[in-house]
Ligand binder design. Structure first.
Ligand code: AFP
Length: 330
């Protein structure tokens, strides 16, 4: 048996991307470079997250984002890191971010891709050393390269994503992505400064025994959702909630379960953002055997009308999301 001292070092994200590129003979390498740019920014944010308490970047920034939510210093730092990496990389012509009201033009009008990003999801966990994440979606632009990018380049349904992924800054930092051929997870090896393939072809269990939601506001959930939660309790399911979508979804990816953020009195259209949070995770769910819905339709089929549009969101094990949908229908 091979000793743990001599186990192979494994496949780096870079090598994995290169191999993937070889499967597409006409590939120009632009998408691969874009992924590398995101991974580089992820390493920088990982470093900032890990030393936040020492570097004076915990706490509030002192301003609000366009949704009127208080921005944390790390929200602002991560936003700058990712946008700068994407702009400098040269493969992206426009970006939308949870932290910005309008589309950001990178100046690379000849680039073929646009990106929607939530640079730092789960901000309320920053100061308590809880898990946080980054969520990203990559689309091929609709307008011709060379011209100025338009709003329509970004306002595409989730089905049109060419790459979707997230970075989880948790007990370890992981980058999980799909390019439409399964979902692959990479764990960051800090001393080597590399992401290594740790979860090839991740498979989201078809059913689960964990539900995840903010039960503190369940008195204003729709009645059907409360009926579902009662069913979960009757069946003896466990409740788990980090309050950071990436971390709550990642648990479902690995062990099954469902995450619910329905409409509430405070957020009558739902709290989560279709383009900046839901679409990427929905593609990852579908590519790994799971499902995402707003209760009546597949998240990936919704035509966005606004960059910051909110939706009710149910994601995770297919059987559980199907059950929630059928309860909505009844
Ligand atoms: P922030 O990034 O603004 O903290 O929001 C996080 C989030 O969008 C999502 O990651 C959580 O699951 C959800 O909000 C938590 O919301 P509640 O605090 O209302 O439970």
């Amino acid at each position: 048996m091979e000793s743990s001292l001599t186990l192979p070092i494994g496949t780096t994200l870079d090598r994995f991307i290169m191999r993937g590129q070889e499967e597409f003979p006409g590939a120009t390498g632009e998408l691969s470079q874009l992924l590398r740019d995101l991974a580089l920014a992820a390493k920088v944010v990982h470093r900032e997250v890990n030393r936040a308490g020492l570097a004076g970047i915990t706490g509030a920034f002192g301003a609000q984002n366009i949704q009127g939510e208080e921005q944390m210093k790390l929200d602002v730092a991560a936003n700058i890191r990712f946008i700068r990496a994407l702009a400098k990389g040269g493969e992206v012509c426009a970006v939308i971010s949870e932290e910005e009201e309008n589309m950001i033009l990178t100046g690379n009008h000849h680039a073929k891709y646009v990106v929607a990003i939530d640079p730092l999801d789960g901000s309320s966990n920053i100061d308590i050393d809880g898990p946080i994440g980054t969520i990203f979606s990559v689309y091929r632009r609709l307008s011709s390269p060379g011209s100025e990018p338009t709003r329509e380049d970004l306002l595409q349904p989730g089905r049109k994503q060419v790459i979707a992924g997230y970075i989880l800054y948790g007990s370890s930092t992981m980058l999980v992505y799909t390019a439409g051929k399964g979902v692959h997870g990479f764990t960051y090896e800090q001393s080597l400064g590399e992401f290594f393939l740790s979860h090839p072809m991740a498979s989201l269990p078809a059913d689960g025994k964990i539900y995840s939601c903010n039960e503190g506001v369940s008195n204003t959930f729709p009645a059907k959702v409360n009926e579902y939660l009662s069913l979960c309790k009757e069946r003896g399911y466990s409740s788990r909630y980090f309050g950071a979508l990436v971390a709550d979804f990642h648990r479902s990816l690995l062990v099954g379960g469902v995450y619910l953020y329905p409409a509430t009195a405070k957020a009558p259209k739902g709290k989560l953002r279709l383009m900046l949070e839901c679409n990427a995770l929905a593609m990852i769910a579908e590519q790994s055997g799971g499902k995402a819905s707003d209760g009546t339709q597949n998240i990936l089929d919704i035509q966005p009308l606004d960059f910051h549009q909110r939706v009710p969101f149910y994601i995770g094990s297919k059987k559980m999301v199907d059950e929630i949908e059928s309860m909505h229908r009844s």
